[in-house]
Design a protein around this ligand. Structure first.
Ligand code: SF4
Ligand code: SF4
Length: 231
C-alpha cells in the first residue's frame, strides 16, 4: 500500500512540476520582435545577393538591428521597398505588436496593416518572377551558337533572379548581345561592373572574343580580368 501512495505522490509531484514549468515558460518567454519579419516582407524576396547578404532575410535582420541602411536593396527600389522599410523601422513598438497580432502573425498582412494605417500605398512589393529550370537550361543551350552572348553571360552574376525581366542570365545575355536590351537592367550586376564590361564586349570583334575564350580557359574571373586589361 505504501508503494501505491508513493507512486501516486510522485505522479502528483510530476504533474505539478510540469504545470509550473509550462506556466513559467509562457510567462517569462522572451517575445521575438516581429519588426524583422515585417521588414523582410517589404523586400522583393528574390534573394539575389546584390545587397551583400546571401538573402533578403539577412538584410532585414541587419536593418532591424540598425546596422545597415535601407537603401541597400537595389532591386527593391523599383517597388518602393526603401520607403516602406523606413516607415516600419521608425514605427513605435506598440503599433508593430498590434499589427502583428491583428494579422495573425502573418508578415505580409502585418505590413499591409501598417502601411494602410500610415496612409502609404497598399500595394505589396512586386516580386520579379524567377525563371523555371527548363527556361534557364533552354537559353543556356542557345548560348552555344552565339559567342558574344556567351561572353556576356560569363560576366553576369548567374543567379537567374529575373530582376531584368528576362528568364535568366543566359536569356538576358542573348538579348543584350542582339541589342534588344541594355546591360543596366541587370541590377545585381551593378556591383560587378557588368555595364562597363558589356559595353567593351559589344565593341569587340569575333576574333577578339575567340581570343578571350582561348586565354581565359573557361575561368570566369579570368574572363573579367582579360576584358578589363586588354580592351
Ligand atoms: S538586394 Fe534586395 S532582393 Fe536582393 S538579396 Fe538583398 S534584400 Fe533581397
Ligand atoms: S542578368 Fe537578369 S537574371 Fe541574371 S542576375 Fe542579372 S538581373 Fe538577374
Amino acid at each position: 500500500m505504501t508503494m501505491v501512495y508513493s507512486i501516486a505522490l510522485l505522479g502528483l509531484l510530476g504533474l505539478a512540476a510540469g504545470t509550473f514549468l509550462a506556466f513559467a515558460a509562457e510567462k517569462f518567454a522572451v517575445k521575438a520582435d516581429p519588426r524583422e519579419k515585417i521588414i523582410e516582407a517589404c523586400l522583393p524576396g528574390i534573394n539575389c545577393g546584390a545587397c551583400g547578404f546571401p538573402g533578403c532575410s539577412g538584410l532585414a535582420k541587419s536593418i532591424a538591428k540598425g546596422d545597415v541602411d535601407f537603401e541597400l536593396c537595389l532591386p527593391g527600389k523599383r517597388s518602393g521597398a526603401p520607403e516602406k522599410v523606413k516607415l516600419i523601422v521608425n514605427m513605435d513598438q506598440s503599433r508593430i505588436d498590434d499589427a502583428w497580432e491583428k494579422s495573425g502573425e502573418n508578415p505580409e498582412r502585418a505590413m499591409e496593416i501598417l502601411l494602410e494605417s500610415s496612409g502609404s500605398p497598399k500595394a505589396q512589393p512586386k516580386k520579379p518572377s524567377k525563371p523555371t529550370r527548363d527556361e534557364v537550361l533552354h537559353y543556356e543551350g542557345e548560348l552555344k551558337t552565339d559567342d558574344r552572348a556567351r561572353l556576356i553571360f560569363n560576366i553576369l552574376p548567374k543567379i537567374d533572379c529575373g530582376v531584368c525581366g528576362s528568364p535568366g542570365c543566359a536569356a538576358f545575355a542573348l538579348e543584350v548581345a542582339s541589342k534588344n536590351k541594355t546591360a543596366d537592367k541587370c541590377v545585381p550586376g551593378k556591383r560587378k561592373d557588368v555595364e562597363k564590361l558589356t559595353s567593351k564586349i559589344l565593341e569587340m570583334s569575333e576574333t577578339d572574343i575567340k581570343k578571350v575564350f582561348a586565354e581565359a580557359n573557361n575561368d570566369t574571373e579570368n574572363i573579367r580580368e582579360i576584358i578589363d586589361r586588354r580592351f
